[in-house]
Structure formats: C-alpha cells, structure tokens
Design a protein around this ligand. Structure first.
Ligand code: S5P
Length: 259
C-alpha cells in the first residue's frame, strides 16, 4: 500500500488549475526546484529564465528590483514560461488592507495580475488582504500563497501565527493554494508547501538569512518545493548549479516516498 502521495497523485486531487498544473509539472519534469531569479536587469532575468527553465517548476521574481523594467520584459518572460513549462511567481509579499492590495496587484507600473500566475501575501493584516487580492485574481485564474513562516533570524511569525495563517487559507481555498513556510502545516495534500532559505549546505548570510539543505526541507520537514536564489544566481555556472539543486531536491522527494 502506497502511504505517501506522489506529486502526480496530488495533481489529480487538487481542484485549483494552478496547483494542478504545478504538481503535474513537478511530476513530468522531475523537479521540485523554484528559482529565485533575484537579478537586477531585464536581460539577465531573461537569460537565467531561458537557461534554467528546463530544470524548474517555478520562476520567482522580484520585479521591483529590475532597474530597466519595461512591459516587454514580462511579455518575454511569459513566452519563456510557456516554452519551458514553468509558472511565474512574483514575490510581492503584499501586506496591506484589502483595498490597497487590490490596486497594488492589478495596477501601477507592474500590473502584476496580468502576468504572474502566483503571488504571495502576509496574513498579518487579516482576511481582508486575501479578499482584496481575490477580487482581482480569481477571474484570471491566479493563485496565492500565504506566508506562514519566514526563514530569517528573529522574525516575528512565531507561536500561533502559522496555525492562524492555515485557518485563513482554509477559508479561501478557491484562491490560496499553499504556503511560504519552513515546515509542513497540514497533511491535506491539496496545500503546496514552498520553502525558501535553501543551499546545498547549511548556513546563513550577513543579514539574517538562514539556510537549510534540500534534504532537510523535502525529506525531513516534508515540504514540497525548494526556493533557491543565490545558490544558483551566484554560482559560476547557473545551469550546473540548478541541475545540482534539481537532483538534490528530487532525490530527497524520492527518499521521502520510501519513508
Ligand atoms: O521567509 C522567506 C520568504 C521568502 S519568499 N525568506 C526568503 O528568503 N524569501 C525569498 O526567497 C527572498 O525574498 C529571496 O528572494 C529568496 C531567497 O534567496 P536566497 O538568495 O537567500 O536563496
């Protein structure tokens, strides 16, 4: 008897089209790697996306750190997402009242809802933030992740915060597909648990970031997807590094299947 569901099993279970596509992609491409493409020019973002695209299920952006942003960039990025079969996740970390985030999501310079399949939000302001984002995203078939736990040292998302975040997600499961988290919050296979702060060895940076390994995240903590930034972007060869993280992440998943 199979005790742990595969990514493919979970694709069949979940009802949200974005979650379904995500789990299907993970199974087909054999990857649970999300690239955090934290680079500062459009050309570099597109170069990375095209080179690393075959190895990832998600490309995570911080569109507001691009110094030469033009709307063409997200148009070209969307083409690469289709070419390689990955989802775009703008890591905007919305954190305001519903009415404000609605505008931040749909308008301004970046018009995030036009091109980003997935966005994320802090649960801190209360359920109005999800309601506001939902008014924009639902009709476009977009998905949202709630930030339940952070990777940075001394962060204030402690105690019952993650549990309350899970409850908020459960009340909006037509739009929220999962969590940014450091550990698994629920055994419900519909939720996607996505974990940043990952390198091939444990460690930290000089500004409070804390790193776990792919094996700790996927096998021990039972999360689903690893987010890797500088482990790939600062490597001598980003494709070689991406392949190493893809392999480490997927092997950890296979090991967890055997548990
Ligand atoms: O708790 C968090 C949540 C996020 S989304 N900790 C994080 O580090 N992140 C993001 O993941 C962060 O904004 C950055 O884009 C990425 C981690 O980058 P790295 O270079 O440290 O791997």
């Amino acid at each position: 008897i199979k005790r742990v569901l595969t990514y493919g099993d979970r694709a069949k279970l979940c009802s949200h089209s974005v979650a379904k596509f995500l789990f299907t992609t993970m199974e087909d491409k054999q990857t649970n790697l999300a690239l955090s493409a934290d680079v500062t020019t459009g050309a570099e973002l597109l170069r990375l996306a095209d080179a690393v695209g075959p190895h990832i299920c998600i490309l995570k952006t911080h569109i507001d750190i691009i110094s030469d942003f033009k709307p063409d960039l997200v148009h070209d990025l969307s083409h690469l997402a289709e070419k390689h079969g990955f989802l775009i996740f703008e890591d905007r970390k919305f954190a305001d009242i519903g009415n404000t985030v609605k505008h931040q999501y749909s308008s301004g310079v970046y018009r995030i809802s036009d091109w980003s399949h997935i966005i994320n939000a802090h649960a801190l302001p209360g359920p109005g933030i999800v309601q506001g984002l939902k008014e924009v995203g639902l009709v476009k078939d977009r998905a949202c992740l709630l930030i339940a736990e952070m990777s940075s040292k001394g962060n204030l998302a402690t105690g019952d915060y993650a549990k309350a975040t899970l409850k908020m997600a459960e009340e909006h499961d037509d739009f929220v597909i999962g969590f940014i988290t450091q550990s698994k919050l629920s055994n419900d296979p519909n939720w996607v648990h996505i974990t940043p702060g990952v390198k091939l060895t444990r460690g930290k940076d000089s500004l409070g970031q804390q790193y776990l390994t792919p094996r700790e995240v996927i096998c021990d903590k039972e999360c689903d997807i690893i987010i890797v930034g500088r482990g790939i972007t600062e490597a001598e060869d980003s494709v070689v590094a991406a392949k190493a993280f893809q392999e480490a992440g997927y092997n950890a998943y296979l090991e967890r299947m055997q548990k």
